[in-house]
Design a protein around this ligand. Structure first.
Ligand code: TTP
Ligand code: MG
Length: 391
């Protein structure tokens, strides 16, 4: 079974409990580990973790973040405090009755926003397709043609979780699956510092054992209605035909019939365009002649088009990147009069830039990217192109 060390991120040959490379006992094994690419990442006890990071004396103490005083509520409790019972949204007086030794810290939203931005900047190194849900959680699409680093998503995620711990100083839990609902479920299964995987083969069974509230879209009110009809577990919903679910729950019944079987058609939608999207390749041997450089550029332009389409983005500035054999980096830009997603347009503009640079020097790397991102809807106005595509 495919295995991976959660500390050194190296795969292991077989299903081991100790990493053969670094001796860590944090091994991850799953039959579909290297076949899944939709992730949900959620920080552990987010506000409290940030406060502990900034005051290491608090590390082993029960910490509650929230406004102290009679009418305050808990925004979050750290995992030490949770052992005694305090939870998010609990009145502070109740939380302190359960855990009288807790250190109460008022929330500092400006600080949490900065930490959140730092985490997102690390996400953005892995993929442009990030859908933040709140300050401390996001979906990441790490599918082929989307992710920015040529590693399996599982390896990327282990590295990402470590980078967040090391560079930002908070812990996260990762869920890896094949759709959003299941990735989100997974990220909650192994908290804190977790990494849980839900594969295609087990999804239906995993869901069958859960209460109905585990399903996306079933809130307290729907759960109450279901309970009145004697339905409390997903297993019961799984056994109902779609028509019965539609009869009971209206339009939502149709979505429900898919969700309970482990099907979730929702795509990950990038809500905030990142500053640029690019792709590059390092040659196995340095290249100086124009034709092979142009060929490499063409391949990259198609990869970039695919990446932009998946992210729902277009770019108005085409950027050509080159690195010479002696490691000098060059970046040349060409501004278009409209944003584009099209490989032929990207290639044509980058080619003009390349022709000026390919003067016999040897290059070890070529890349193409776009800046000045815009939503896909504004890309490639049809009146400029008609149905024609450049060759
Ligand atoms: P969550 O991710 O729900 O919780 P958490 O990160 O504190 O803990 P977990 O390890 O279970 O993920 O929420 C993120 C932050 O949002 C949390 O640190 C504080 C804030 N929050 C509130 O202000 N009120 C709430 O009711 C909840 C649930 C969270
Ligand atoms: Mg969280």
């Amino acid at each position: 079974m495919p295995s991976l060390c959660r500390d050194c991120a190296r795969p292991a040959e077989d299903d081991r409990s100790v990493c053969p490379h670094c001796g860590s006992g944090r091994m991850l094994s799953h039959p579909e580990l290297f076949d899944l690419s939709i992730a949900h990442i959620d920080c552990d006890a987010f506000y409290a973790s940030v406060e502990k990071r900034d005051n290491p004396g608090l590390r082993d103490l029960p910490v509650i973040v929230g406004h102290p005083g009679g009418r305050g509520v808990v925004t979050t409790a750290c995992y030490v405090a949770r052992k005694f019972g305090p939870r998010s949204a609990m009145p502070m007086f109740k939380a302190l009755a359960l855990c009288p030794d807790a250190v109460v810290i008022p929330p500092d939203m400006a600080k949490y926003k900065k930490v959140s931005a730092a985490i997102r900047a690390l996400f953005a190194k892995a993929t442009p397709l990030i859908e933040p849900v709140s300050l401390d959680e996001a979906y990441l699409d790490l599918s082929d043609g989307v992710r920015l680093i040529d590693r399996t998503p599982a390896v990327l995620l282990v590295r990402l979780a470590r980078a967040i711990e090391r560079d930002v100083g908070v812990n996260v839990s990762v869920g890896l699956s094949y759709n959003k609902s299941l990735a989100k479920l997974a990220s909650d299964r192994d908290k804190p510092r977790g990494f849980a995987v839900i594969g295609r083969a087990e999804a239906r069974h995993v869901l069958s054992e859960l209460p109905v509230t585990a399903i996306h879209g079933i809130g307290k009110a729907t759960a109450r209605r279901m309970a009145e009809a004697g339905i409390t577990r997903v297993e019961q919903l799984q056994s109902l035909p779609e028509a019965a679910l539609v009869a009971r729950f209206g339009k939502f019944g149709r979505a429900l019939s898919h969700l309970v079987q482990g099907d979730d058609p929702r795509q990950i939608v990038a809500d905030r365009p990142c500053k640029s999207v690019s792709t590059e390749t390092t040659f196995s041997r340095d290249l100086s002649a124009l034709p092979p450089l142009a060929k490499a550029l063409e391949v990259l332009a198609f990869a970039l088009e695919k990446r932009l389409k998946r992210a729902g983005l277009a770019g108005e500035t085409v950027v050509l990147k080159l690195k010479t054999a002696d490691f000098q980096s060059l970046s040349r830009q060409s501004r278009l009069s409209y944003p584009t997603q099209r490989a032929d347009v990207l290639r044509e503009h980058a080619m003009h830039l390349l022709e000026r640079e390919a003067d016999g020097r040897a290059f070890r790397l070529i890349g193409i990217g776009v800046d000045h991102l815009a939503p896909a809807e504004s890309a490639d106005p049809p009146d400029l192109f008609g149905a024609r595509r450049f060759g």
